[in-house]
Ligand binder design. Structure first.
Ligand SMILES: Nc1nc2c(ncn2[C@@H]2O[C@H](COP(=O)(O)OP(=O)(O)OP(=O)(O)O)[C@@H](O)[C@H]2O)c(=O)[nH]1
Ligand SMILES: [Mg+2]
Length: 264
């Protein structure tokens, strides 16, 4: 058997990401976003920790983690490195991708810059392709206001089908609502209808064929449609990560199962 019971779920968090949950009902929240959009500022405000923040990109290169309590629940918040995509073009992208894929967070908050939202939405859509437990935090609202930019938060929420919250993390504005909506998504309280991306028919047909085969291997451990898309794009780094996080190294079955993906 390639998939081991122990290497799934909470055990993966502990063994592969060194995140030990205090209790079984503790919830894990990932904090993703482009570089320099205020992720660590949100992280510090929520956890009371002092993750380094500054005015230049690329400071958070490993996963920092902290805790906060909201209402009756304890949360572990994981501050991911800043990335423009999840396509594993860099170490940062791979670290962020692997955590969202294999850490199985109960929700992922994507922090964005209100002054250049369009560029930031690329990552939001990529995260939405991977998981439907997404919360969009539109940060730096004070800067947007200063520049005369207004953001239609309700309109975004309707178009994307996920919670969208305006924040100015530097002064704490909007963070309570961010925690409320994240709580709802993590616990499945709020009904959401995340927009799905549909590709041209011939691509969709290939996705269907490949993801059906992947489903047999991945079970429900990872979104097989998303993996199929990565493989169609020629990104095979996901196979290394699947081997590392979901399967035992050293088993013949993984070789057989990976070979079966490659054969396709
Ligand atoms: N004006 C304003 N500045 C903010 C806000 N949030 C964060 N900042 C500032 O933006 C800069 C970057 O913030 P960080 O929290 O380090 O950003 P980050 O996304 O963690 O950056 P990386 O880890 O490099 O990806 C810092 O100077 C923050 O003080 C905000 O809402 N308004
Ligand atoms: Mg940071």
């Amino acid at each position: 058997m390639g998939l081991t019971h122990q290497s799934c779920g909470k055990a993966v968090l502990s063994e592969k990401f060194n995140i030990k949950l205090g209790s079984d009902d503790e919830l894990v929240i990932a904090l993703a976003g482009n570089p320099n959009v205020g992720k660590s500022t949100v992280f510090n405000a929520l956890t009371g920790l002092n993750q380094h923040t500054g005015n230049w990109p690329g400071k958070t290169v490993a996963n920092a983690r902290g805790n906060y309590t909201h209402k009756d629940k304890k949360f572990v918040l994981v501050d991911l490195p800043g990335t423009y995509s999840l396509l594993a073009n860099s170490v940062e992208e791979q670290v962020a991708r692997d955590f969202i894929c294999f850490g199985q967070p109960n929700a992922t908050i994507v922090v964005t810059d209100a002054t250049c939202l369009e560029r930031n939405l690329n990552l939001v859509m990529q995260v939405m392709e991977l998981t439907d437990k997404v919360v969009l935090c539109v940060n730096l609202m004070d800067e947007a206001k200063r520049k005369g930019i207004s953001v239609n938060i309700k309109g975004l929420e309707e178009k994307l089908g996920i919670p969208v919250i305006a924040t100015t993390a530097r002064n704490g504005s909007g963070l309570n609502e961010l925690m409320d909506r994240t709580y709802n998504i993590a616990l499945g309280i709020e009904n959401i209808f995340p927009k799905t991306i549909e590709y041209p028919q011939e691509v969709e047909e290939e996705i269907d064929k490949l993801s059906e085969r992947l489903q047999n291997i991945l079970k429900d451990k990872l979104n097989s449609r998303w993996v199929a898309l990565r493989l169609i794009e020629g990104d095979t780094t996901i196979l290394d990560s699947i081997g590392k996080f979901l399967f035992d190294y050293n088993t013949q079955s993984i070789e057989k199962e990976e070979a079966c993906i490659y054969e396709y």
